[in-house]
Design a protein around this ligand. Structure first.
Ligand code: NAD
Ligand code: IPM
Ligand code: MN
Length: 358
C-alpha cells in the first residue's frame, strides 16, 4: 500500500493518447476509491494541438517542475501528421527521457492470453521476458548534420553516442533486475560485428559487469539474429539489454508477440526519481478520435507505474482484471473483439470493483 498520496502528472498527448490515458486514469481513480492507493492527478496539455496553437512543446522550466512536484508521469503518445518535423514529440518525449535522465526504458514482453500471440503453439509460458533499452544516448543523441544540403553532393551524418557510464548503468540495471526477479539470464544484443567502436564498448562492459553476477547467465546475440529468435524461440529470453535504437525496434517486435502494439506497456525509469510511464505504441492517427483504440497497453502501463510507486498489490489487481477481460473476449477490434476503448476500460474496472468487494 502507498502510504502518502503520490502526485501524478498526466500528459495525454496526441492521437489516441488522450483516449487510452483517460481509461488508465479512470482505472487508477477507481483504485483510489476502493482503498489503498492514494494518487493526485494534474493534467498537462503538451501536445501537437498546443504546439500548433502557441508554439509550446515542453515549456521552459517543465523538467524542474516535474522533478520537484511529481512522483511519476503518465503519458499517452506524441506524434501528429500536422507536425511533419515531429519537433514537439522530440521536445516533449525525448526531452523528458533525456532531461530527467530516465536511463532505463523497461519494456516487458509478456503474453497475457494464449490466443493473442501470432506465433503457432506458443503459450503464456513461452513469452515472458523484459527488455532493458538504454534510453538517453545511442542513436538518439541528436548528433549529426548536413553538408551541401539540397545539392547532388549532399552528405548527411547521423551519429551514435555511447558513453562508458551510460552503457554500464543500463547493463547493471538489467543484471540487478534479473537477480531481484530470479531471472536466470541476461542477453545483450548489439551489432558489434559491424559497429566496431560502440559495439566494442558494449562487449567489454557487458563482460565486465557479467563477471560480477556469476549467478546469472550472460548471453550475447547480434540484433539481427535476435529478431529471428524472438519469433522462433521466445522462451529462451529472460532479460534483454540493448541500446536505444535496437531497443526501440525490438520492442515493437515484442509488442507483436503479445498481441500487438495495443498491449505493450513501458516505463522510463531512473530509480528513485520522478519517472515516466507510457504505452509502447504511438498516436496511431488512423484510429484517433474513434473510440476504437485498445486501452490495455495504457492500463498495464498504469499498473507498472503503481509497482514503481510501491503498490504491487494494486498493480496485480489491474493485471488480473486485464486477464479476466481477455478471457471473456471483452476486447477492441485489434484483438478480434467489438468493444470500444471506453467499454474495454469499463470491463476492466468492473472486474476490479468485483475483486475489491470480495
Ligand atoms: P503507432 O504505434 O502509432 O501505430 C502503428 C499501428 O499500430 C496503428 O496504425 C495501429 O494499427 C496499431 N496500434 C497502435 N496502438 C494501438 C492501440 N492502442 N490499439 C490498437 N491498435 C494500435 O506507430 P506509427 O503509426 O508508426 O506512428 C504514429 C505516430 O506516433 C508517429 O508520429 C510516431 O512518431 C508516433 N509515435 C509515438 C510514440 C510515443 O509517443 N511513445 C511511439 C511510437 C510512435
Ligand atoms: C517509442 C517511440 C519513440 C522512440 C519516438 C516517438 C521518438 O517510437 O517510444 O518507442 O523512438 O523512442
Ligand atoms: Mn518505438
Amino acid at each position: 500500500m502507498i502510504e502518502k498520496a503520490k502526485r501524478i502528472a498526466v500528459i495525454p498527448g496526441d492521437g489516441i493518447g488522450p483516449e487510452v490515458v483517460a481509461e488508465a486514469v479512470q482505472t487508477l481513480e477507481l483504485l483510489c476509491d476502493t482503498g489503498g492507493v492514494q494518487l493526485q492527478f494534474e493534467h498537462f496539455d503538451w501536445s501537437a494541438d498546443r504546439y500548433l496553437r502557441d508554439g509550446t512543446s515542453l515549456p521552459d522550466g517543465a523538467l524542474k517542475m516535474l522533478a520537484e512536484n511529481f512522483d511519476a508521469i503518465l503519458a499517452g503518445a506524441f506524434g501528429d501528421p500536422r507536425v511533419a518535423s515531429n519537433q514537439h514529440a522530440e521536445d516533449i518525449l525525448l526531452g523528458m527521457r533525456r532531461g530527467l535522465d530516465l536511463y532505463i526504458n523497461l519494456r516487458p514482453v509478456r503474453l497475457f492470453h494464449n490466443s493473442l500471440t501470432p506465433l503457432r503453439n506458443r503459450t503464456i509460458e513461452d513469452i515472458d521476458f523484459v527488455v532493458f533499452r538504454e534510453n538517453t544516448e545511442g542513436a538518439y543523441c541528436g548528433a549529426g548534420g548536413f553538408l551541401r544540403k539540397g545539392t547532388e553532393s549532399e552528405i548527411a551524418t547521423q551519429e551514435e553516442l555511447n558513453t562508458r557510464a551510460g552503457v554500464e548503468r543500463i547493463i547493471v540495471a538489467a543484471f540487478e533486475y534479473a537477480r531481484l526477479n530470479k531471472r536466470s539470464s541476461v542477453t545483450m544484443a548489439d551489432k558489434s560485428n559491424v559497429q566496431r567502436f560502440g559495439g566494442d564498448l558494449w562487449q567489454r562492459v557487458f563482460k565486465e559487469v557479467a563477471a560480477r553476477y556469476s549467478d546469472i547467465e550472460a548471453r550475447h546475440q547480434y540484433v539481427d539474429a535476435m529478431c529471428l529468435f524472438m519469433i522462433l524461440d521466445p522462451a529462451q529470453y529472460d532479460v534483454i539489454v540493448t541500446n536505444n535504437l535496437f531497443g526501440d525496434i525490438l520492442t515493437d517486435l515484442g509488442a507483436a508477440l503479445q498481441g500487438g502494439l495495443g498491449m505493450a506497456a513501458s516505463g522510463n525509469i531512473h530509480p528513485g526519481r520522478t519517472s515516466l510511464f507510457e504505452p509502447v505504441h504511438g498516436s496511431a492517427p488512423p484510429l484517433a478520435g474513434k473510440n476504437i483504440a485498445n486501452p490495455i497497453g495504457a492500463i498495464l502501463t498504469s499498473a507498472m507505474m503503481l509497482e514503481y510507486l510501491g503498490d504491487g498489490r494494486a498493480s496485480r489487481l489491474i493485471e488480473d482484471a486485464v486477464r479476466y477481460a481477455l478471457e471473456q473476449g471483452q476486447t477492441t477490434s485489434d484483438l478480434g473483439g467489438s468493444l470500444s476503448t471506453a467499454d474495454v476500460g469499463g470491463c476492466i474496472r468492473d472486474r476490479i470493483s468485483q475483486m475489491a468487494n470480495k
